[in-house]
Design a protein around this ligand. Sequence first.
Ligand code: SF4
Length: 321
Amino acid sequence: MAVTSHTIKTLLDLTSNMSLSIINHYKDIFNAPHQHIQLEKNRQALILAKRTSPFLLPGSDLCQKFGSDLFYYAQLALNCPFNCSYCFLQGLYKTGHCVLFINYKDFITELRALIKKHPSSMLYIPLSHETDLIAFKEGRNFLTLLIPELSMFPEIQFEIRTKSAVADFFKTVPVAHNITYAFSVAPDEIISAYEYKTPNLKARLSAVQACISAGHSVRLCFDPVFIEPGTQELYKKFFIHVFNTIPPHKIKDTSYGFFRMPKKLFRYCAGIHNELYLYHAPYETDGDDITYQAVLRKKIRTEHATLLENYFPSDKIFFLD
Ligand code: SF4
């Protein structure tokens, strides 16, 4: 790749103490044919690369945009150190390896161009959409470089979503009014069943507390919610436990959405995890997507909304149906 002195400095900042192999192009490894995702997840390589295509892509209707006018997501990294069995990335990339794009100054240039193109719009941009940047050391180092630059974009609401529990990280980055840290939380039974390699609920809630104490803005994400035998009782206890641990008034807002996936990716992921109930539940097709039957979604959503509204006004709960 063509490199600038700034790119080299960033590379050195991110990789101190790493053993490195030089490759020609990240796609030589990342997009190699016939890869075995689970074997690679067990010996995951992190590929550092320079991105030449746009960093910013229009967001999908399967995701929330939190009241903003426009939703773009940033591809700063591809793939994730965690290994959730419901993750659409398995079907999208078909590899266990990760890529981190280090030329973040080019990303900043793209942000400026996007604002110029949409001068009077409020934009929502998740930075950790196809990865979990806080979950790995190089991702955190990268954020430490990037975050101070983001406060110059007041018209953009950035979100950094995570399932990690690296509490100390939040003391190392400056507080910015336009950055929200979004923690995905789930009952421990769901974490053990489907969110392989992720921290348990207790550890995640401790990270939420650390993030709040450091003065950052925090979102709680109940997404994806599963409808399976026994989960109704599970979620009731879970919501009560979460809000007995985290004071609701310290939370900016919450998001809620059921498990859903594009049909094509679902078929691929089902081939990897055929033994899981998750891939055999009685779903229905909604356009190009697979999700729970509408009548079931309505029933569970109403029950959960009643519970959540004990803690939050309804305008702070973003439901995705
Ligand atoms: S944490 Fe998110 S991005 Fe990472 S494997 Fe799980 S669902 Fe996928």
